[in-house]
Design a protein around this ligand. Structure first.
Ligand SMILES: C[S@@+](CC[C@H](N)C(=O)[O-])C[C@H]1O[C@@H](n2cnc3c(N)ncnc32)[C@H](O)[C@@H]1O
Length: 252
């Protein structure tokens, strides 16, 4: 498929635009989330780690302090060029759906906020992760999820204005991993409290019209939406709780 026929988020231009402000997103460097990922990964000093859809390498950088080496893989050079690489962390430009590594080479795999962007070949991408993981190795899959089934439709509607993406609930992620061959899975949730909607929109590289529309949707959302997101409306922002699913799959 040529770049122009792909969904916007698949094209290099989409990530080139997003890369400019990406590191200013509040959630990207949120310590509590990074700590939850580190804890879930049970990393050890001799581990070789693959960070799928590494972007600007926020997860790769944090994990690299605990392991031997981290390889970040991403299809967007623009995103990776914004990262701080070196020492024991490197990047490779590649789509995870195109096999590159041998079977069973990695001790750990991390993939934060990537799979919702893989609209085509989602299962194949997960199978590829399972293939390159060692037996007994762990994969830590992290995705933002609606805080409740009650607002799944609102969540999908809001994100439709931002990008074409998949909406996962925790159980969908577990099913995705199990379907790819992970026999043992464990799911936990991490909530980042009082996150700024303004920050999220300002740093998302969206056109102003979309930013304004999504912001208004938050400010005029239903009471159910407000309650599920624990939304606080301030004079110049909306603060919401962001729920992240962290699924750990073990290859047996
Ligand atoms: C929202 S960013 C997440 C970056 C990073 N994991 C983080 O948590 O900060 C999503 C990244 O996934 C990458 N990506 C999307 N689909 C991909 C694919 N099929 N193969 C490799 N990378 C992909 C994008 O280029 C982008 O850098």
């Amino acid at each position: 498929m040529s770049d122009s026929n792909k969904p916007a988020h698949e094209g290099a231009r989409y990530w080139f635009i997003r890369s400019k402000k990406y590191d200013g997103l509040e959630w990207v460097h949120k310590r509590s989330l990074i700590s939850a990922i580190i804890k879930a990964g049970e990393f050890e000093k001799d581990h070789l780690v693959l960070d799928v859809g590494t972007g600007t390498g926020a997860v790769a950088r944090s994990v690299s302090r605990f392991v031997r080496e981290v390889i970040g893989i991403d299809k967007s050079a623009a995103m990776m060029k914004r990262g701080d690489w070196g020492e024991n962390r490197y990047f490779v430009r590649r789509d995870i759906r195109e096999p590159l590594f041998r079977d069973g080479v990695f001790d750990r795999i991390t993939a934060r906020m990537v799979f919702h962007h893989i609209l085509e070949g989602t299962r194949g991408a997960m199978r590829e992760c399972c293939r390159v993981l060692k037996k007994g190795g762990l994969m830590v899959l992290v995705e933002g999820v609606p805080p409740s089934e009650k607002v799944k439709e609102d969540f999908t509607e809001i994100f439709k204005l931002k990008e074409e993406r998949l909406t996962f609930m925790g159980e969908d992620l577990v099913a995705l991993m199990k379907g790819a061959g992970f026999k043992k899975t464990d799911i936990r949730y991490h909530v980042m409290r009082h996150m700024s909607v303004k920050n999220w929109l300002d740093k998302s590289g969206l056109p102003t019209a979309a930013v304004n529309k999504i912001y208004d949707m938050h400010r005029h959302a239903s009471p159910v939406f407000g309650k599920c997101y624990n939304m606080v409306i301030t004079p110049d922002d909306c603060l919401i709780d962001m729920k992240m699913a962290i699924v750990v799959g073990e290859k047996q």
